[in-house]
Ligand binder design. Structure first.
Ligand SMILES: Nc1ncnc2c1ncn2[C@@H]1O[C@H](COP(=O)(O)OP(=O)(O)OP(=O)(O)O)[C@@H](O)[C@H]1O
Length: 650
């Protein structure tokens, strides 16, 4: 899509407001025609050359009235402009966010969060600015045409000297297009690298300290800042040079007019009023030339901004950026999942359940491409809307077994066939994995470090986009695992859960309506009750980055409680035990096993988990190496024996 088409589609979103804005600003730019003409009459009256019989007092009154009218129009123009550009910017941000939320969680953005923030802020601002300035250039062009007509009628030669610089400036601006685009892209890139580095540093303060890497990190930061300084300097220098070319070209034109006017006035073909009119219009013509040049610069810069915005939506059609959707700027917000796109277009793709899910509470499964296991429970219940839309089973209290999928011996609750995902960066991942998870079973996935356990569950849950394979739930193929594997179907606790600066209770509920019995059951199942008793304000203690710092084990169990409280049918644990002591872990599996609240898919290499397993799946180099019960595998699988004995050694 060309930049023009992109900007045009954005203006079409609120075409009425755009036209109103265009009319307002055209009138504002045309307004100086009147005072120019009045000024001419004023001086002609004083010098006795007046064609019309206005008194001096009447002309002064007209001048004041035209100034007041212009002030009023400017006020109106600002209101229409702010309203229009705010909507355009919001639509762009809304569409990008909507797209990002539909991407597989672990691949939601193709860059660091810092870079994405810079796209959302700076690039959208750039586009807003360009669309808004298009109105000004339109108004200014009309003014230029009208004033050209009037001035040409007075003196053709002098008028050409006014408009000649315009042609010059436009030609120069056009010629520098490629260079300016290159500099702008480089400066934006350098800025986002700096913001990205700041965000990385903040999130890994501890690792930097442990590795005594402060100096290296600061040196790299200096280097990035240095790159940014150079890139910004080039960008600014070229922009300023162009600006100065624009204004100076006009100043030279002014000089010529003054010389020519002096001569014509001497021979009587040019009145004092004509001279006043020329000088008066010249100021505005100067502004026009400068602003038109500015608009051309903005237009070129918005080409870079558009490309960067398109890269954020990762291969989707660029047209999704400009799709029409309601913004809900006034009145009540619609209930989660009930967003009506109606005639204005549809968000396409995500189910209402997923939208409810995402609107209802912060989605905790959104991570950068490199981050691993940093989210909280995969999904947050979307409440009744989510259930209705997903058509899933009703939420059950912890401790009761689901009847909807209790087809033990029949179709397994979950089946995976030939599931494959390879990380584009390394070509590693998982290859043609097949497995069956019967309802109510406790299945453990185990394997050495890097064998593909996390990749398997993330691909299965739709947090990574599968390359191949089939995923079935109660025998039915799941086309969009990312939309399906949310409560009440499934919930997930990643290796490193993310906690927010909020009370422990809110961290567990994450937007879910409070139900005391359900919350207590979840806390108990997560073996969190002794820790809560030890906290000064119990469940109301503020935790997370700005509160009480929980231990790794406490954070994992908080995330587990967050998962339990959602009462999903399938619970997926990624190495929950990595920060738990053996006793707490045993208690947790026992409580879970004893109540059998759900089907469990557990990544672990701990004996406590393996001992509880109905089935163990051993992964090696991204493939299933062996599968069976603990006894069978201890007998038949060298790999499992290795893992089992390694814990003894540990
Ligand atoms: N973000 C990534 N980009 C590229 N390659 C990756 C990425 N994450 C993992 N890999 C590679 O994919 C393979 C499987 O990794 P995975 O994290 O799934 O293993 P794992 O068994 O879960 O390991 P661990 O026990 O450490 O959690 C490894 O070879 C790993 O190097």
């Amino acid at each position: 899509m060309s930049t023009f088409a992109f900007l045009f589609k954005l203006t079409r979103y609120r075409i009425g407001l755009y036209l109103l804005n265009a009319i307002a600003w055209s009138l504002i730019y045309l307004a100086p025609i009147a005072p120019g003409w009045i000024t001419k009459q004023f001086f002609d009256t004083l010098s006795g050359n007046a064609v019309y019989g206005f008194s001096v007092g009447a002309l002064i009154a007209l001048l004041i009235a035209s100034a007041l009218a212009r002030v009023t129009m400017i006020l109106f123009g600002f209101v229409t402009d702010v309203n229009f550009r705010f909507r355009v910017g919001s639509l762009l941000r809304r569409n990008m966010l909507s797209r990002i939320l539909k991407e597989p969680g672990a691949k939601a953005i193709p860059c660091s969060p810092g870079e994405a923030i810079s796209n959302f802020r700076d690039d959208v601002d750039q586009v807003e600015e360009t669309v808004s300035w298009s109105v000004d250039s339109f108004g200014m062009t009309i003014f230029a045409a009208v004033s050209f007509y009037i001035l040409y009628g007075i003196s053709a030669t002098m008028t050409l000297w006014v408009f000649l610089p315009l042609v010059l400036v436009v030609t120069i601006a056009q010629a520098s297009t490629t260079l300016l685009q290159k500099f702008r892209a480089a400066s934006r890139e350098a800025t986002s690298q700096v913001t990205g580095a700041i965000s990385e540093m903040f999130s890994s303060v501890q690792s930097i300290q442990i590795a005594s890497a402060e100096e290296r990190v600061i040196a790299r930061f200096r280097q990035l800042n240095d790159n940014r300084r150079q890139a910004m300097l080039k960008d600014k220098l070229l922009t300023q040079t162009l600006d100065s070319v624009f204004s100076n070209a006009v100043n030279i034109g002014t000089g010529f007019i003054l010389l020519l006017a002096a001569q014509s006035m001497r021979d009587g073909s040019f009145t004092v009023g004509d001279f006043a009119l020329f000088v008066y219009y010249l100021t505005f013509v100067t502004q026009f030339i400068q602003n038109f040049g500015k608009f051309l610069t903005y237009f070129k810069q918005s080409t870079v901004a558009k490309e960067r915005l398109a890269s954020l939506v990762q291969g989707a059609e660029e047209t999704i950026l400009t799709e029409s959707h309601p913004l809900y700027l006034r009145g009540e917000l619609p209930a989660p999942g009930m967003e009506t796109d109606g005639a204005q277009g549809d968000s396409r793709g995500g189910t209402a359940a997923r939208q409810a899910e995402r609107n209802g509470a912060p989605s905790t499964a959104k991570e950068g491409p490199q981050a691993k296991g940093t989210a909280g429970a995969n999904a947050v219940s979307g409440g009744p809307a989510a259930e209705r839309a997903a058509g899933g089973p009703a939420v059950r209290p912890v401790g009761r077994h689901s009847s909807t999928s209790g087809k033990q011996g029949g179709i397994p609750l979950l089946e995976v066939d030939g599931l494959t995902y390879r990380y584009p960066e390394t070509g590693r991942g998982i290859e043609r994995i097949s497995l069956r998870v019967p309802a109510g079973s406790f299945t453990v996935i185990t394997g050495r470090i890097g064998s593909g356990k996390t990749t398997l569950v993330r691909t299965l849950l739709g947090l990574l986009p599968k390359d191949e394979g089939d995923i079935r739930w109660n025998g039915e193929t799941i086309a969009k695992p990312g939309d399906f594997f949310v409560p009440p179907h499934s919930a997930y606790t990643p290796q490193v859960p993310r906690l927010y600066s909020d009370t422990l209770k809110n961290n567990i509920l994450l937007g879910l309506e409070e139900d005391e019995a359900r919350l207590e059951a979840a806390v108990y199942a997560a073996v969190l009750e002794p820790d809560i008793a030890a906290l000064q304000h119990g469940m109301d203690t503020v935790i997370g980055p700005r509160g009480v710092k929980l231990s790794g084990g406490q954070a994992q169990r908080t995330a587990a409680a967050r998962m339990f409280v959602r009462e999903a049918e399938l619970l997926v644990f990624d190495d929950l035990s990595s920060a738990l002591d053996v006793d707490t872990e045993r208690k947790l599996w026992e409580r879970l096993y004893e109540h059998r609240p759900a089907t469990c898919l557990v990544i672990s290499h701990r004996k406590t988990a393996l001992a509880h397993a109905d089935t163990i799946i051993v992964l090696k180099d991204g493939r299933v190496e062996a599968e069976g019960t603990l006894e069978q595998l201890l007998e038949s699988s060298e790999e499992l024996r290795h893992l089992w004995n390694r814990e003894d050694e540990g």
